[in-house]
Design a protein around this ligand. Structure first.
Ligand SMILES: [Zn+2]
Length: 239
């Protein structure tokens, strides 16, 4: 039997964390084994039925595609950072070029792994309801809507605006105002959907709104702050 954030043993009624496959009290099997994550089915279901998809990810023994998705996520977050920097901070040093892209992507990848570790330690309840392995897979799968924009939206943006999409010199908003806003709106919706999924993932595991919102806030704010701090250090070394 399963409720929102716990598994109740059918045999002895003991409450177990979601990730347990056998009861902590009597070793009774709590669920049928779920082995793999199907990437395409999961991607679709994240839009259609997020809650059961999140639970399936926790249940899966092998967290397939996590490394692949983590790399794509790191590339995309780094692109967002470069665009925000050149658009709003006019920081021409953190601009769109291969070495910045590569450096930022590696930093995001490492920082993401570290932040999820910290979140797992800091936000764990005394009953220890979440595992690093699950939090990593859930975070990375939560970002599937953002990752999809690389495959689906980015080629179209590049086709219409070329490198101006990243440069903001001139801004794509000046070039083709309506089109630029439509694409920015799609990107914003995908980011919000990903953040919703991330918060939902922690809520399903812990049943705590504070942990849920706290994790999303820590993750997003520290991700960008750390990336920019490390970028500044990297640039100060290379100039
Ligand atoms: Zn039991």
């Amino acid at each position: 039997m399963k409720t929102n954030h716990i598994l109740i043993c059918d045999n002895c009624q003991q409450e177990n964390p979601l990730f347990k496959s056998t009861c902590t009290n009597c070793s009774h099997y709590l669920r049928a084994a779920e082995v793999n994550i199907d990437l395409w089915k999961t991607t679709w279901n994240l839009f259609e039925n997020p809650t059961s998809t999140i639970i399936n990810i926790i249940f899966a023994e092998h967290k397939n595609f996590v490394v692949f998705l983590l790399i794509l996520f790191s590339v995309k977050i780094n692109l967002i950072n470069i665009i925000l920097n050149s658009a709003f901070l006019s920081n021409t040093l953190i601009s769109f070029n291969i070495s910045n892209l590569l450096f930022g992507t590696i930093v995001i990848l490492l920082v993401t792994l570290l932040l999820i570790k910290i979140i797992t330690i800091v936000f764990n309840t005394p009953q220890k309801r979440t595992r690093y392995k699950d939090n990593l897979a859930l975070s990375v799968y939560s970002f599937v809507p953002i990752i999809l924009t690389i495959i689906v939206i980015l080629p179209i943006e590049y086709g219409i605006f070329g490198l101006n999409w990243f440069d903001y010199n001139p801004s794509p908003i000046i070039l083709k105002e309506t089109t630029a806003y439509v694409f920015l709106a799609i990107e914003a919706i995908m980011i919000l959907w990903s953040l919703y999924l991330l918060g939902r993932s922690y809520f399903i595991q812990t049943n705590s709104t504070i942990i849920s919102i706290g994790s999303v806030f820590v993750f997003i704010s520290l991700l960008f702050i750390l990336l920019n701090l490390i970028f500044r250090f990297y640039i100060s070394l290379s100039t």
